[in-house]
Design a protein around this ligand. Sequence first.
Ligand SMILES: Cc1cc2nc3c(=O)[nH]c(=O)nc-3n(C[C@H](O)[C@H](O)[C@H](O)COP(=O)(O)O)c2cc1C
Length: 293
Amino acid sequence: MLLNASGCLDALTAPDVARSLDAFVTKTVTPLPRDGNEPVRIAETEVGMLNSIGLANPGIDRFLTRSLTALAKLGVPVWVSVGGFETDDYAEICSRLDDHAEVAAIELNVSCPNVEAPADSASQIVAAARLATRKPLWAKLSPSVPDVGEVARAAQAAGADGLSLVNTVRGLKLDSGTLKPVLGPGHGGLSGPALKPIALAAVATCYRATGLPIVGMGGVQTGQDALELIAVGARHVALGTVLFSDPDSPARVRAELHAAATERGWRSADDAYAFAVQEPLSVGTTLDNRSSV
Ligand SMILES: Cc1cc2nc3c(=O)[nH]c(=O)nc-3n(C[C@H](O)[C@H](O)[C@H](O)COP(=O)(O)O)c2cc1C
């Protein structure tokens, strides 16, 4: 399946782009409305985009009464990204989404670098969400941890059905003249091309650690990028930053992915996943990483 990455597509203003995906993932929804961080919120860098949106969203009440009904009319399965500051926030939203047939799956954003880190651990959040809903649960993890495989295993043990990898990593851009941060809150989350090697390593590690289905994302711009994520264990691929510069990228990436697979003599991208299944790539443990520097 080809999806969008949370926060990178407004399906209601670009319905045709949303319809070109196999599922639409919402911007992260929190219990209360959030205005987000002070501007400036987006900056370009040499290697991708920095954002510090700060989870601006209408909150779960307005999301349910307004956005969800409109999104359901698009005819694309809707995955709702859920965020919060404490375990109870996640559990509350999950239980409220549970009754809504329009919600195909829930992605738990336990990894946003633009808000203070959730006080509770990923596994606690997944466990509480698991008790609150029967919907499929995807845990979206940060690659900025010593051993993402360990976090993935904990999420699996707590009841995650799948993993979304990766969220942005924290970065800083300075104004070349003032040498002060360009973004309002100072730091932001780095996305785009710089994330691709990080995403490949995280997907390979977590696939090997858990065998769970994975939505791979991070710097995907071409069908070859998508093929590589699938070849290390991603079952699905999401497009993020590329949607800002190329809204037609879903159709293009899908065609390029098929071409890249058939050029290798494979029938489809499914054969790339079979490749990952047969030979899960070992990218080393934390210890190996340390000894490689
Ligand atoms: C402007 C912007 C807003 C984002 N908002 C969210 C969000 O609300 N929730 C979330 O889980 N990830 C959010 N992300 C992270 C993306 O979903 C994705 O994990 C990340 O950008 C890596 O993919 P990419 O390199 O293809 O963009 C956001 C990214 C960008 C660029």
